[in-house]
Design a protein around this ligand. Structure first.
Ligand SMILES: C[S@@+](CC[C@H](N)C(=O)[O-])C[C@H]1O[C@@H](n2cnc3c(N)ncnc32)[C@H](O)[C@@H]1O
Length: 253
């Protein structure tokens, strides 16, 4: 497990590396500007993610091969803080960002949640059991659009309002990378079932729900992948602990 001191240095190292490495499609100064905007957005919009978590996804979007066609997808927008950040990246990489959310918060559910052991000690999650109440993380479409207009690039965004079970089956675009932050196992199942088949080979799936036992179980459930997603369970990166589940879609399945 990481100690707080180790965690601080690994964060610091990651940001430092991100800024100094040669990144396709973006210069050092533009990266600095992007980073500054991320911190600015986090101060002004309620964001239940850390900038380092966003950067892990964003960095891999910059490194996507140009031959990987498709849009960026976000499932779970809350107040639009992550949406605004992702829209800036979509603009730079000349991709569209499709945003799925009820814009009413989480659906009614009976899922008894707990935190995974993989969570780092510094994050201070307690080992309690709890249920996410209906409407938790509500951000209306108006609020999200306002925040993305103010702090991001709304021109690259398309918003798909409604429960995932209704909106996702109608979606058919190729996906280059997707960011899932949906909290519930039931929502995770619907997202994987309908979105993973659209993810292009070598495309990226990052979930921000790696700290939640039930959602994590879905990602690790071989039978679910075989029977519902109709794809073999892909390798899941264990190198980044905490909230992150990171998958690169294998090129041959
Ligand atoms: C934790 S919040 C997202 C936080 C956001 N990514 C951020 O970092 O600012 C989870 C979001 O998932 C949405 N959500 C979860 N399950 C859903 C479902 N079945 N259908 C539609 N939206 C859902 C909720 O409305 C909520 O906005």
């Amino acid at each position: 497990m990481n100690t707080p001191k180790k965690y601080f240095w690994s964060k610091f190292n990651f940001i430092f590396k991100f800024l100094l490495e040669k990144t396709p499609k973006i210069s050092f100064l533009r990266k600095l500007n992007l980073l500054w905007k991320f911190y600015y957005i986090s101060r002004l919009v309620d964001c239940p993610h850390s900038n380092i978590e966003m950067l892990i996804f964003v960095r891999s979007v910059f490194f996507l091969l140009p031959s990987i066609e498709g849009v960026l997808v976000e499932a779970g927008a809350y107040k639009g803080g992550s949406t605004a950040k992702l829209s800036l990246v979509a603009k730079i990489t000349k991709r569209k960002l499709i945003v799925f959310d009820s814009f009413k918060g989480l659906p009614d559910n009976k899922e008894v949640q707990s935190y995974t052991n993989e969570i780092n000690t510094h994050q201070n999650f307690k080992k309690n059991f709890f249920i996410f109440p209906k409407g938790k993380y509500k951000g209306s479409l108006g609020e999200v659009k306002k925040n993305v207009s103010k702090y991001g690039s709304i021109d690259v965004c398309t918003f798909k309002k409604g429960w995932f079970k209704n909106t996702l089956p109608r979606f058919n675009d190729k996906i280059a990378a997707m960011f899932l932050d949906v909290d519930l196992a039931s929502s995770t199942r619907v997202c994987l079932k309908y979105l993973y088949p659209l993810l292009q080979p070598n495309g990226i799936l990052m979930s921000h729900d790696g700290h939640l036992t039930l959602a994590t179980k879905v990602y690790r459930d071989k039978k679910f992948w075989q029977n519902k997603v109709r794809a073999p369970k892909p390798p899941i990166s264990d190198s980044i602990k905490g909230k992150i589940i990171f998958i690169v879609k294998p090129s041959k399945i």
